[in-house]
Write a protein that binds this ligand. Sequence first.
Ligand SMILES: [Mn+2]
Length: 318
Amino acid sequence: MEINKNIVKTLLNSKRIAIFIHINPDGDCLGSASALKQALVSLNKTVDIFSDSIVPENYNFIKYVTDIKHDDEVAGYDLHVAVDCSDLKRLGKYSKFFNKIENTICIDHHKTKSDYAKLIHNEIVSSAALIIYHYIKDFSKIDKDIACALYAGISSDTGCFMHQNTTSEALRISAELIDYGFDLYEANENLFKYTTLSKFKLTKKAYETAEFFANGKIGMFKLTKADMTETGADISDTTGLVNLITNVNSCQIGIIIYEEESGLFRCSLRSKGDIDVSLVAEEFGGGGHVNAAGCNIFGCLKTVVKKIVSSCSKALKN
Ligand SMILES: [Mn+2]
């Protein structure tokens, strides 16, 4: 991977750096932000990570995750860096602060819209953490805690090395990171086995709502605001649910829609093989990768289901 020398120069020339991650944070944005912060702190920089969302507690094993800031204002930094954010909107309430200063960097691995910063490294690889790994190797060095954070990113976005985006490079780099001696068992328990009672109840509810279309090729979970309230679940509890329906053997596209606010449905899509669900997401102003994408759709449940099924049916034929 070729690194952008201007990005390295800008990182090294900055003293106070703010790192931004996306709403509903996952292992990749958290691991990437943590690793980058650690590498920069080792060079005596002041670094803060900002998140518009509450961070699920299972990520607390990653260094600095418990120090993430949720302030309403961001000021006094000479560099803003966004990691794993395909779109400025993904920064949530921080999107309005990001371009308030001149020096901005975006490091991302999605194929859409990563064009909102002055300096951009956008490369289609399995995780943002994989890109961050190459940068840290260039301007600093990896240690045990950085290795742990990068592993969290790489393993999360490859679904513990089970998604289609898993490459030998991702596995080779992960093996190298594991050799730094962080607690691999603890990391995997937190990343891939952790669940909460509310998530368990929400999963049960999701199974009850499952519906199939196009002769079983499209499968969908539909969760309303009432379902969320009833189970005490929040958005972070919906993470990974979509895979449960995508796993059905007839299913080529798996979808979960859940009502975030009354009339606003968040939609998460997964697909198998070369069926491109990023095109479906883009149709509704979202984005993502070929096999994993997301978007927001406004309307009542019935209309939203109709719209998304019709768009997915087209994707099946392409
Ligand atoms: Mn990612």
